[in-house]
Design a protein around this ligand. Structure first.
Ligand code: SF4
Length: 152
């Protein structure tokens, strides 16, 4: 649990640094644009937590720590299978985080490479250490890992 939480916090921090790289790329064109991305990033985070983490049955043991603590402050949602609307809102939030800054990153190849190296490293950590210790059995990634582990 401690190991997965270390990876969870480090991986979340890595994605935040990647978002900072995005803001830097946008800021080279306009700092107002970078500030707008900051606002979009925070709003998307709230959307993701409200749509997905608020229904998580193990918020108190969240490997990333902060999302679980924030989700506990959201209006209560009964843990259970995620609905299409939950996935839609999650997808919108993740797309806003990742897709919005791509045009600016592409025009700064050095920052683009750093961004995707950081995101790749975070993704590997999450997949190999955080998700495997997670108890949110309603999460499709966790369900897939459980199926693979049982050979189904
Ligand atoms: S374990 Fe996953 S779904 Fe649950 S609160 Fe943490 S990040 Fe959200």
């Amino acid at each position: 649990m401690v190991k997965s939480r270390i990876h969870g916090v480090v991986s979340l921090g890595t994605t935040v640094i990647a978002a900072g790289i995005s803001a830097l790329a946008m800021g080279r064109d306009s700092w107002a644009l970078a500030a707008l991305y900051g606002a979009i990033y925070i709003a998307s985070g709230a959307l993701i937590i409200g749509a997905f983490c608020a229904k998580c049955p193990c918020k108190a043991h969240c490997g990333h720590v902060l999302p679980g603590k924030l989700a506990a402050r959201f209006p209560h949602r009964q843990p259970g299978p995620y609905r299409p609307l939950d996935y839609t809102l999650l997808g919108i939030g993740l797309a806003a985080w990742v897709l919005v800054p791509q045009p600016w990153l592409v025009s700064h190849p050095g920052l683009l490479i750093i961004y995707w190296v950081l995101m790749g490293a975070a993704g590997l950590q999450i997949q190999h250490f955080v998700c495997r210790a997670c108890r949110n059995t309603y999460c499709p990634i966790r369900q897939m890992q459980i199926r693979q582990a049982s050979g189904q």
